[in-house]
Design a protein around this ligand. Sequence first.
Ligand SMILES: [Zn+2]
Length: 106
Amino acid sequence: MIEVSTHSDPTRLAHCRSILEGAGIACFIRNEETHDLIAGLPDPLRQPSLCVTDDADAARARELLREIEGAETSDKPDWKCPQCGETVPGNFGSCWKCDALRPAQP
Ligand SMILES: [Zn+2]
C-alpha cells in the first residue's frame, strides 16, 4: 500500500479515487471516516489520503493524478452547478458530483 495523494477535502479525493478505479487501479481512501470528527483540528497526519493497494500501481496512479491537477489548472474558468451548487472545474463538461450537464455559457 502506498499513499499517492493527500487532501483536506475528502470529496476531492473521492473524485481522484473514481478516476484511478476507472483506470483499473485498486485504491481506497484512508481516514475518510475520521475526517468529520477532527474537522477544525488541523492535523496533517490524519488528513484523508488516497492510497493504492498494489505498490506497483503507485507510479501510474501519480501520473494520472498529475493529469487531473494539470487539467484543473487550465485557463477555463470554474463553473457552478445549477443543480447541486457545487463548483466544477472549467474543463468538466458535466458536474462531477451529480452529473448535471454544464449550463450554456452566457
Ligand atoms: Zn451538481
